[in-house]
Design a protein around this ligand. Structure first.
Ligand code: G
Ligand code: G
Ligand code: MN
Ligand code: NA
Length: 253
C-alpha cells in the first residue's frame, strides 16, 4: 500500500498527534476524562482519516509501533495533566491486533515507570469484535491489563457479537454504547429500548456506562434520564489538542 511507507516515515518524524475528547459526568457536567484519538497530517496529502491509516497499519505490522507511540504519548500526557492538578483519566484505543503484540505488556509497564503515571488513570478501550477474534487470548490479556491496574472499557458496544457470558467473564469496568444507538435519541423508540436495556445490564454487572456520539442537548437529557453515567460527543466538545483541552477544562471548572 502507498500509505505504508508514508506512515512509517510519519511515525519516525513525528507527524502523528493525539487529540483528546472530553468525557463528562452526565449529571454534573464535571470533566472526568478524555478519549485519545490519533491524527495524522501528511505534508502532501493533508489530513488522513484514522480509520484509513489504522487499517493500513493493521494490515502491515506497523500497528505495533503505532500503538506503542499512542500509548507513550497518551500516558505521558495524562501524567502531565496530573502534575498540573488536572486529575482526569485518559482512554486509549487498542487495536484487535494488539493480541499479537508480545511487547505490549512490557511497553505499558515501561511507560508507567518512565512517566510515573498510575495505571488507574488509564482506560484501555477494546471493541467487542476485538474480543471475538480470539476469545481465550483476549480474556488472558485483559486479565493481565487488569492485574496491572488499568481500567478496561468495551468500545462500540452493541455492534459486535459478544455473548453475555463473555461480557461477564471479561470483568470490564466500563461499557461504551456505540454512537449508532445514540444519534437518533430521543426520537427513536427502538434505540431508547436498546439503550435502556444496555444500561440496566451494565449496571447490574457493575459497569459504568459511557454514551458516545452525543450531538444534542435532547439526546444528553434522554441518556441522563435513562441512567447513563458518562457523556461524550460533539455536543460537549470535539476532540482537541492537549493545550486546547487545558483551556476547555479551565472554562468548565
Ligand atoms: O477519531 P475518529 O476521530 O475519526 O476515529 C475514527 C476511528 O479510528 C474510530 O473507530 C477510532 O476508534 C479509530 N481510532 C482513532 N484513534 C485511534 C487510536 O489511537 N488507536 C486505534 N486502534 N484506533 C483509533
Ligand atoms: O470508534 P471510537 O468510538 O473509538 O471512535 C470515536 C469516534 O467518534 C471518533 O471518530 C470521534 O471523532 C467520533 N465522534 C466523537 N463524538 C462524536 C459525535 O458527537 N458525533 C459523531 N458523528 N462522531 C463523534
Ligand atoms: Mn473509542
Ligand atoms: Na466507539
Amino acid at each position: 500500500h502507498l500509505l505504508y511507507g508514508k506512515l512509517m516515515r510519519a511515525l519516525e518524524s513525528n507527524q502523528l498527534s493525539l487529540v483528546y475528547q472530553p468525557q463528562v459526568d452526565i449529571s454534573s457536567g464535571k470533566l472526568l476524562g478524555v478519549e485519545a484519538l490519533a491524527r495524522w497530517r501528511d505534508p502532501q496529502e493533508g489530513w488522513i482519516a484514522p480509520a484509513e491509516f489504522i487499517h493500513v497499519a493493521e494490515q502491515s505490522g506497523l500497528i505495533h509501533p503505532l500503538t506503542h507511540w499512542i500509548i507513550r504519548q497518551g500516558i505521558a500526557q495524562c501524567s502531565e495533566w496530573h502534575q498540573t492538578g488536572l486529575d482526569i483519566s485518559v482512554s486509549l484505543n487498542l487495536s484487535a491486533r494488539c493480541f499479537d503484540d508480545t511487547e505490549l505488556v512490557n511497553h505499558l509497564l515501561e511507560t508507567l515507570r518512565q512517566t510515573r503515571a498510575k495505571p488507574e488513570w488509564i482506560t484501555l478501550e477494546l471493541t467487542e469484535s476485538t474480543f471475538m477474534d480470539n476469545p481465550e487470548k483476549a480474556l488472558r490479556l485483559v486479565k493481565q491489563f487488569h492485574d496491572m491496574g488499568f481500567r478496561i472499557s468495551i468500545d462500540d458496544f452493541g455492534t459486535g457479537y459478544s455473548s453475555l457470558a463473555y461480557l461477564k467473564n471479561l470483568n470490564a469496568d466500563e461499557l461504551k454504547i456505540d454512537r449508532g444507538f445514540v444519534m437518533n435519541l430521543p426520537d427513536s423508540p427502538d434505540d431508547i429500548a436498546i439503550v435502556q436495556s444496555t444500561i440496566h445490564l451494565a449496571h447490574n454487572l457493575g459497569l459504568k456506562v459511557v454514551a458516545e456520539g452525543i450531538e444534542t442537548a435532547a439526546a444528553s437529557l434522554k441518556l441522563r434520564e435513562l441512567g447513563c453515567d458518562i457523556a461524550q460527543g460533539y455536543y460537549y466538545s470535539r476532540p482537541m489538542p492537549p493545550e486546547v483541552l487545558d483551556l476547555w477544562a479551565a472554562s468548565v471548572a
